[in-house]
Structure formats: C-alpha cells, structure tokens
Ligand binder design. Structure first.
Ligand code: NAI
Length: 245
C-alpha cells in the first residue's frame, strides 16, 4: 500500500513512538491526525510540522473515553473525508505490586491501553467498511509476551492487545481491513531515559542483547512496514533488540 495521500490517525501522536510515526507518515506523503491527551505537545507538533508543509491536524482526545474517540474519528472524516490508517498507540504504565495497587490504578492502565484500542478500532472500522478497507496498527510491547515484576496491569493490557489484534484481523480480513501490532522493547522516550531511571536504565540496557535501547524511529519504521505490506495481517512484530529471543 502506498502511503502517499492516505489519511492516518495516530493516538498518542504528540510524543515518543507516536510522534516518530506521525513524522514518518508525513515523510511518506500521508495526511495525519495527531490525536493526544496532551494539548501542549500536540499543538507544538502540529505547528512545527505545518511549518514544513505537512498536512497535519491536532485533535485533543482521551482514548479511554468512548465518546471522545467517536468524536475524533468524526472530526477526521469531516476534515479529510475518510480514514485509511489508525495507529492505536496511546499508552501508560503504572508500576507497583499487585497487593498494594488500587483498582483505580489498575483500571487506568486497562482503560487507556486496552479499551483505547477497542474504541479506536471500533470507530475506524465503521468508516473503513464504507470505503472498502484500511489498516489498523496497535502498539503492544514485549510486555505483552513476557512478564515484568511490578507491571501487572501493563502486562495484562498488552497481552490483551496482542489477541485483540489477531481476533480483529480474522474478523475483517475478507473486508479489506488488516490489523497488526508492533511490540517494542524498551525505547528511549520521555519516561525511559538515563536521566529519569539512573541505575535501572543500565539494567534495562543489559536485557537487550544488542547492547542499547531502541529509538522511536525504529518502531515507526516497523509501523510503516505493517501499513505497506498487504500480505501481513494478524501479527505482532517484535522490535526489541533481541530482548525476547
Ligand atoms: P510517551 O509517553 O512518549 O507517549 C505516549 C503518548 O500518549 C503521550 O503523548 C501521552 O500524552 C499520550 N496519552 C497518554 N494517555 C492518553 C490518553 N488517555 N488519551 C490520549 N493520549 C494519551 O510514550 P511512548 O514510549 O512513545 O509510548 C507509546 C506506546 O508505546 C505506548 O502504548 C507504550 O505502552 C508503548 N511502548 C513503549 C515502550 C517504551 O519503552 N517507551 C516499550 C514498549 C511499548
């Protein structure tokens, strides 16, 4: 699939992996909706990209609220006429031991990382069925396949994303909609960096056989592959520097 002229929505598009994906889509000629909770970073990304001539639109959204995601898709279609690609990427992690965790903390992670994927898929699919197809990419994690002490709700949400991806792919394969996921290892980002994590950062690096963490552009590269290759559906691609090997 050629990305030139395609209409893409990237949730969590104001930072990290999402922002790198937005930029890569723009370089490939797509028009992109930057959908994010963070108004300041979102507006900043929108104006910086528009200055380069990109056709992008920032829409503030909380992906854990169904009506908000419905409005996001409606605004996308109102502005650009259709939706070809959605990257359900917004995500959060809350660390803690299960016996001390509140239900609210658990539920926050599930509602953003898991419910957000459901809502994004649901409303994008409604539009894709009208135009004959599209592509859905969900951002999972290595922690969708392997456990991490202290990341109990995050593990649960990303494991769910992997199987939601397979289920949706099977459900819509004969209607022109492909559904895949990308599962990054640890990636340098606002939350994951040497300054914020100190010694724990070195522990994380040691778990990646390539001897470093990933960068957001390497994940965006895999997202583009999943969009372009029309024979790929129902899969989760690990981009993890050998973490799970
Ligand atoms: P990030 O923190 O740089 O970006 C996440 C973005 O999501 C932020 O702009 C934030 O405002 C937005 N967001 C958070 N809650 C939201 C909500 N309710 N509605 C709309 N937007 C919301 O983090 P990063 O690393 O770029 O994460 C992106 C995705 O990649 C997440 O799903 C994360 O779980 C996943 N991931 C990240 C890894 C890493 O090491 N950085 C590793 C594996 C997966």
């Amino acid at each position: 699939m050629e990305l030139q002229g395609k209409i893409a929505v990237v949730t969590g598009g104001a930072s990290g992996i999402g922002l790198a994906t937005v930029k890569t889509f723009v370089e490939k000629g797509a028009k992109v909706v930057i959908a994010d909770f963070d108004e300041q970073n979102g507006m900043q990304a929108e104006s910086a990209l528009r200055e380069t001539g990109a056709d992008v639109l920032f829409v503030k959204v909380d992906v854990s609220i169904e009506e908000a995601v419905e409005s996001l898709i409606a605004e996308t279609v109102k502005t650009y006429g259709k939706i070809d690609i959605i990257v359900n990427n917004a995500g959060v992690g809350i660390l803690g031991e299960a016996h001390e965790m509140t239900y609210e903390e658990y539920q926050k992670v599930i509602s953003i990382n898991q419910d957000g994927v459901f809502f994004g898929a649901k409303y994008a699919i409604r539009e894709m069925l009208k135009t004959g197809g599209g592509v859905i990419i969900n951002t999972s994690s290595i922690l969708g396949s392997v456990g991490e002490p202290g990341a109990f709700p995050y593990n649960a949400s990303k494991g769910a994303v992997n199987l939601m991806t397979k289920s949706l792919a099977l459900q819509y394969a004969n209607r022109g909609i492909r559904v895949n996921a990308v599962a990054p290892g640890y990636v340098e980002s606002g939350m994951v960096n040497k300054e914020a994590l100190g010694d724990f950062y070195d522990n994380l690096v040691a778990k990646h056989p390539v001897g470093r963490l990933g960068n957001p552009e390497e994940i965006a590269h895999a997202v583009v592959f999943l969009c372009e290759n029309e024979f790929v559906t129902g899969t989760t691609i690990l981009v993890d520097g050998g973490y799970t090997a």
